[in-house]
Design a protein around this ligand. Structure first.
Ligand SMILES: Nc1ncnc2c1ncn2[C@@H]1O[C@H](COP(=O)(O)OP(=O)(O)OP(=O)(O)O)[C@@H](O)[C@H]1O
Ligand SMILES: [Mg+2]
Length: 261
């Protein structure tokens, strides 16, 4: 439960974050603050460090915080294991979700829900929890018996991510390119799924390359990330500006030109 006092403070506060992967500095002084009730969009060229930020938020051991910090509801994230992060309500949808042959979506989702709740979830209750979300996302019931991401189309994988998010009902959701590879109908369904999850308690960070998602999901803020830090923040007009100018127009003068260098 979110306490009243938490509502006034950012849910997520990333402060001067520096992160290295295998000795190479990828994030170089990133600042980002997301409050409960807000939806932020993070945009940036390939290799700018967007996925690195999301892995770091989830506590992937390969990503080493060399300076700065991440606070989540006033706690220092670095002190929490990935499991504890999930239990505290952080959800991350990966850019490249992995297949888990042999594990059905139903078993996977139920185990995830058990993990987040820290207790058993009876089958009947589980079915009741999932049913309305399947309907809203246009996912047939039979989908629940398929193996996780095994042979899924790109669009099916992305719908599954939204289904997971809806079922787990996180406080902070980070969606890494949930819109990529979607046809226009799937994009609308996924956008509707994201919009349905907007709530005064929840913060959502959407990582995307395309302005088109933002035609359906109205962000409270848009951030442009380049070379491991945020170079501009603004409203949805920033995404439109990006579309017309490209990223070069956002590069701080004197910065290097190589992507991800
Ligand atoms: N596990 C890793 N091992 C080695 N290099 C890595 C690793 N993770 C990230 N990097 C490097 O960090 C840089 C940033 O990668 P990242 O995946 O965060 O970019 P991105 O902004 O998500 O790009 P894209 O838009 O293509 O998804 C890249 O140069 C990448 O090669
Ligand atoms: Mg990425």
């Amino acid at each position: 439960m979110t306490k009243e006092s938490d509502m006034d403070r950012p849910l997520l506060a990333v402060e001067d974050l520096h992160v290295a992967v295998e000795g190479k500095e990828i994030l170089r002084g990133l600042d980002l603050s997301v409050s409960a009730g807000e939806l932020h969009a993070l945009m940036g060229p390939n290799g700018s460090g967007k996925s690195t930020l999301s892995f770091c938020l989830m506590g992937h051991p390969k990503y080493e915080i060399t300076a700065g910090r991440i606070r989540y509801r006033q706690e220092d994230l670095a002190t929490l294991s990935p499991d504890e992060r999930s239990r505290r309500g952080i959800f991350l949808a990966f850019q490249y979700p992995t297949a888990i042959p042999g594990v059905t979506i139903a078993n996977f989702l139920r185990a995830a829900l058990r993990g987040v709740r820290g207790g058993d979830v009876p089958v009947k209750e589980f079915r009741q929890t999932v049913k309305p979300h399947l309907k809203a996302l246009g996912i047939p019931d039979a989908f629940m018996n398929r193996y996780v991401n095994d042979g899924f189309s790109g669009g099916e994988k992305k719908r599954l991510e939204i289904l997971q998010m809806a079922v787990l009902s996180p406080l902070l959701a980070v969606l890494d390119e949930t819109d990529s590879g979607l046809d226009i109908d799937a994009l609308k369904t996924v956008a509707a799924g994201i919009n349905a999850l907007r709530s005064p308690q929840r913060g959502i960070l959407v990582i995307t390359h395309y302005q088109r998602l933002l035609n359906y999901v109205k962000p409270d803020a848009v951030h442009v990330m380049m070379d491991g830090r945020i170079v501009r923040s603004g409203g949805s007009e920033l995404a439109l500006e990006l579309e017309s100018k490209g990223y070069e127009g956002f590069r701080p003068s004197g910065a290097s030109v190589g992507v991800g260098s």
